[in-house]
Write a protein that binds this ligand. Structure first.
Ligand SMILES: *Cc1c(COP(=O)(O)O)cnc(C)c1O
Length: 375
């Protein structure tokens, strides 16, 4: 059997272990320390735009704290892009609030500004103005920032930017992770950089960052004894994990370049296969191409191809199954136009890691070519 080719696997720079070793040598084995501060500074310098970063245990915890910071409470409604990973939506439920799912448009596969406005108007007509909007840059492709912002500003609703898949992407020259009233990043094992597990909240002011860190470290008031006037969480990133993050930041741009070159390689390899199309980058958009996704002409081609790849020990995966199709969210309100359902039926993510070898990329192309030659 050929060796397994993964969709997206960790890719170390070699610098990580020196930061981790330093943490051991200095006994900073705790959820604070020089690596935590160093990693936050690295992210701030990378993102620019006066961003203030709180390193946390996961992207999911960053989303949860974002909702808390925006005052989302029991009984509130929060709009969320339906086409996403469940972690975008779950924290809404942690707060006892209701997710309202909004469909995608075809140019970026992200939240459709038209459906967004329909949803907001209808929720207001039904008696409740949504408290926040969670918009996602899926697979690294920026959402329609100007259009979504315009709707959000018109109704005066805050945006949480889920940038878990889009560190290294930018829109009209500005980095993803700096567009929301609050933004989040993820460093889980399959993301563009990884700390084995981790995330961050990006805030526009140092006060909001400090408030996030306060909540993430059990909401301890300033007193010699343990004093609490708010509910806290144990969501801070550890200094060991942050050491991996510092090492990863040294190669973020080359990871982006590798993933983009994978995308170009596939695009070129399949240019004569009519059944395969790619998501183009609109003018002004720059995707980190975290995952290269293809659209097939039908659900049966998509599933046939997925199984053919699996037989060759190559991992591929259908695009995210929309949240409005998930059993756990069957009762949540939704505003649909059919786009995310169609993308789910016809879309497939191909192996996209920054560490794929030429040999591995060629194996994927060969398997896909053979599939289409046989049918
Ligand atoms: C990975 C991911 C998250 C969650 O991040 P974790 O660090 O795994 O908690 C949230 N949203 C999206 C879109 C993701 O892909």
């Amino acid at each position: 059997m050929n060796e397994k080719i993964w969709l997206s696997s960790p890719h170390m720079s070699g610098n990580e272990q020196s930061y981790v070793k330093e943490a051991f040598d200095t006994n900073w084995v705790a959820p604070l320390g020089p690596n935590v501060n160093g990693f936050e500074n690295d992210l701030q310098s990378y993102l620019k735009e006066d961003s203030h970063v709180a390193a946390l245990a996961s992207g999911t915890s960053a989303l949860h704290l974002s909702l808390i910071l925006l005052g989302v409470k029991y009984g509130d409604e929060v709009i969320c892009q339906s086409k996403t990973f469940s972690a975008s939506a779950n924290p809404i439920v942690y707060q006892g609030a209701t997710p309202i799912f909004v469909d995608s448009e075809r140019e970026t596969w992200n939240m459709c500004p038209i459906q967004l406005e329909i949803a907001i108007k209808d929720r207001i007509a039904k008696g409740k103005k949504p408290k926040a909007i969670i918009a996602v840059h899926l697979y690294g492709m920026p959402y329609k920032v100007d259009e979504i912002n315009k709707v959000a500003q018109h109704y005066n609703i805050s945006i949480i930017e889920d940038s878990a898949e889009s560190l290294g992407s930018h829109y009209k020259g500005k980095n993803c992770g700096t567009f929301g009233d609050l933004s989040i990043l993820s460093f889980n094992g399959n993301k563009i950089i990884t700390t084995s597990g981790g995330g961050a909240l990006v805030a526009p002011t140092v006060e909001l960052k400090n408030k996030a860190v306060f909540l993430a470290t059990q909401a301890r008031d300033d007193a010699p004894h343990y004093l609490h006037s708010e509910i806290g969480y144990n969501y801070r990133m550890s200094n060991i994990v942050a050491g991996i993050g510092r090492g990863q930041m040294t190669i973020l741009d080359s990871h982006v370049a590798n993933r983009r070159s994978n995308h170009e390689f596939y695009k070129n390899a399949f240019k004569d296969i009519n059944e395969i199309t790619f998501l183009a980058e609109p003018e002004g958009y720059f995707s980190n191409r975290w995952l290269t996704c293809i659209l097939l002409d039908s659900k049966s081609t998509r599933e046939g191809l997925r199984l053919a790849l699996e037989k060759e020990n190559i991992e591929s995966r259908p695009l995210w199954k929309p949240m409005h199709q998930q059993p756990v969210f069957k009762d949540s309100p939704r505003y649909l136009n059919g786009v995310s359902d169609e993308l789910f039926e016809k879309g497939l993510c191909l192996p996209s890691g920054s560490n794929l070898t030429e040999n591995e990329l060629n194996r994927v192309v060969l398997a896909i070519n053979s599939y289409f030659a046989a049918c």
